[in-house]
Design a protein around this ligand. Structure first.
Ligand code: PGA
Length: 251
């Protein structure tokens, strides 16, 4: 059985003290119970990782939002997968559309990041998704296929089984506009088929594919009900512990 995962991407939000408080709230609320088989993950900014780790103490997964392509060296301002792992994180988001768009991260670079994350025992949460123009032109499947094929190039089956995919249509991120359950299911099934063609049916059925893009307590249930949707990567709504947990309880 593949894992159900609800991951909160805090993006560039919260001061350290606000972030620690939010982690505390998430932990306390989660202790009241979440559906069996659902894993929670939070992805705070780099500066908060070690502090949040102390609060979560293993009960909730910890993720970074990005990593460098190298382990160490003269790369001013970068943070490596090795450092992230040493701060206690188990996951790292790679290829978020904001990284692709604002920081011009290329598929080649993202492929390096996936590999270095795996080499440091971090689980990559690999993001893909088309923008509005690509959706309207009807080329969204091609776009997502390319992003995935290039992002995971060279990964053996043993490597790939550790990867989580997040499908996040760019036109739905932070816009309040969510993909319909039908649109989400169509793309998740497409991605699962693609994984089957790249690896095999078993690997495809074991891969968790998360949906992201204006997911909130009011729409999470209808999205999560789809057979190929295994959870969510939550932006805005993850900044409120009550909303984040309500989404997790939509399963
Ligand atoms: P959103 O962000 O939930 O605020 O739309 C999702 C994401 O970017 O991961």
């Amino acid at each position: 059985m593949r894992r159900k995962i609800v991951a909160g991407n805090w993006k560039m939000n919260t001061s350290l003290s606000e972030g620690l408080k939010l982690a505390e709230e998430v932990k306390n609320d989660a202790e009241k119970g979440i559906p069996e088989g659902v894993s929670l993950v939070v992805a705070p900014p780099f500066t908060h990782l070690a502090g949040v780790k102390e609060i979560l103490a293993g009960s909730i997964g910890l993720s970074a939002q990005n990593c460098a392509t190298d382990d160490s060296g003269a790369f001013t301002g970068e943070v490596s997968a090795k450092m992230i792992a040493s701060a206690g994180a188990e996951y790292v988001i790679i290829g978020h559309s904001e990284r692709r768009m604002f920081f011009r991260e290329s598929d080649t670079e993202l492929n390096k990041k996936v590999k270095i994350a795996l080499a440091n025992d971090l689980t990559p949460i690999f993001c893909c998704g088309e923008n509005l123009h690509e959706r309207e032109k009807g080329i969204y499947k091609e776009i997502v296929r390319n992003q995935i094929e290039l992002g995971i190039t060279g990964l053996t089956e043993d490597d790939f089984v550790k990867v989580i995919i997040a499908y996040e249509p760019v036109w739905a991120i932070g816009t309040g506009k969510t993909a319909t359950p039908g649109q989400a299911q169509e793309m998740h099934a497409f991605i699962r088929d693609l994984i089957k063609s790249l690896y095999n049916a078993e690997t495809a059925s074991m891969t968790s594919i998360l949906y992201g893009g204006s997911c909130k307590p009011s729409n999470a249930r209808e999205i999560f009900e789809n057979s190929d949707v295994d959870g969510g990567l939550i932006g805005g709504a993850s900044l409120n512990a009550g909303d984040f947990l309500a989404i997790a309880r939509s399963f």
